[in-house]
Design a protein. Structure first.
Length: 208
């Protein structure tokens, strides 16, 4: 279910979920840094003091949203990877499409995850949530690198970071589901696939 389908307001005593839904609405409207804790309370239909029952401040609310987003993101990437079946290159392509699909379908979560500016050092749980998502990309990169001759294999971590940066750049510019998306003469998926293939070909990967 998309965050937009959750509805707004405080229902049946579920204050925490109402605040999460309100934060997602506000992120979609104003960005992750464009609203206050009091606005989140007002959007949820509760008093300004009510959110403090669950969150220390707005940053803690945003961190909760981001952690939930990373959990969904990790699940989507892992399902796309499917343990590299039937071949690492084909599975890797699916991961790229899943990355772009998440940015398009869950723009508020994506913004909370990558654009909120929350200091990861202050929230180990948030850092670990992000690392679990990256671990799927790293595993995919390791499988791809393993198909290359041993003497010419690049570091898998380097490949993982490079492909992550490329995927994130295309997702942020061209695949997001909000007004920040830029137009392309091709689909974001085609752009990502071409970029990854050019990169892997430069590394000497036979499948590329």
């Amino acid at each position: 279910m998309s965050w937009k389908e959750r509805g707004r307001g405080y229902h049946h005593g579920n204050l925490k979920e109402a605040l999460i839904a309100a934060a997602l609405d506000l992120i979609g409207e104003k960005g992750p840094t464009g609203f206050t804790f009091a606005e989140a309370a007002r959007s949820a239909g509760v008093s300004p003091a009510a959110p403090y029952r669950h969150f220390r401040d707005r940053d803690e609310l945003l961190a909760d949203v981001a952690k939930r987003g990373f959990a969904m993101f990790t699940t989507a990437l892992a399902a796309a990877w499917d343990e590299g079946r039937p071949h690492p290159m084909r599975a890797f392509e699916r991961v790229g499409r899943a990355y772009l699909a998440f940015a398009r379908e869950q723009p508020a979560y994506y913004s909370a995850m990558f654009e909120s500016g929350l200091p990861l050092a202050d929230d180990p749980a948030l850092h670990e949530a992000g690392e679990r998502a990256y671990a799927v990309l790293r595993t995919a990169a390791e499988a791809l690198v393993a198909t290359m001759p041993a003497k010419s294999r690049p570091p898998a971590s380097m490949v993982g970071f490079h492909v992550w940066a490329l995927s994130h750049g295309i997702a942020s510019l061209f695949a997001r589901g909000d007004a920040g998306r830029r137009k392309l003469p091709m689909s974001p998926e085609e752009l990502l696939e071409a970029g990854v293939l050019i990169y892997l070909h430069g590394l000497g990967m036979p499948e590329a």
